[in-house]
Design a protein around this ligand. Sequence first.
Ligand code: DNO
Length: 349
Amino acid sequence: MKMTFRWYGKDDPISLEYIKQIPGVRGIVSAIYDIPVGDVWPFEKISALKKEIESADLELSVIESVPVHEDIKLGKPTRDQYIENYCQTLRNLGKAGIKVVCYNFMPVFDWTRSQLDYRLEDGSTALIYNEYDIAKMDPLKGELSLPGWDSSYSKEDLASLFEAYKVIDEEKLWEHLAYFINKVIPVAEEEDILMAIHPDDPPWNIFGLPRIITSKANLERFIQLHPSKHNGLTMCSGSLGSDKKNDFPDMLTYFGKKGRVHFVHARNVKLVGDKSFQESAHLSEEGSIDMYKVIKALHDFEYEGPIRPDHGRMIWGEIGKPGYGLYDRALGATYLNGLYEAIQKSNQV
Ligand code: DNO
């Protein structure tokens, strides 16, 4: 596995120089952030991003994400133009030598939490999801503003999106996903880009909107939409692992052996209720996921792709982008690399 780190570009308070100082981190996960969703990413911008990262002696390993326009998820007639734009972005990324692209197919909202600064017993703060708090929230009243959400939606946009989704159930969303995949994967093949869909976070319907990339059965259904290995997965331990029905290490092994795992997000979550969880430190004993088993699975199916420590807590007084501070993610990277070294060496003797 290749350890990478997410970097939000020039606006990220964490510099590439700092990231370079984390032991074992070789690659960067980033994106172009100033292009409206649905527009083509110009080659020049991609290549400038790549050069900047390379001049810090790091590699641009993954693009996370090229977002999918809502009209594609809704199956609107305008989707064809947006899909063509998506394909052109992939061609430009291919020309720049990008090998892995992460994206998601979650209607309206990306990852969702009820609180971003929940104080844990040790004084650090973490992102949490409390099902009762979420049940009381109404996104149409503008009660929520989370970092994963596209803040460019006005209240009116949101209301009409919710209206449009009223007729989209899970099966319709599958249809629209299949339509998208069948157009995009042939281009990804031509460009030799591994597409890696990110699971829904959390992996269940929220605010009445359907979510489908949620479980082993649904991931299996997803990979069967297109037989190409370019139609693959981002295996995110925290997203899938927040549903107690998902055995994440087992899923990782299963899809890894099929050659469909192209990117890994590693973080731990502590399940504190049926549909409630707290993001915890990466260490196994701090959460509900056995991180040793996660890294062992990667070792055993000989995963050579990128992995990144996912959300960290805010520790040591750091103030930063929720989930994306420096310190706890750096500890995560070091811990995950430590697990890997131990597993690898104990297999050599
Ligand atoms: C959250 C991230 C997600 C992820 C997208 C991928 O921290 O894991 O926002 O980038 O869902 O498209």
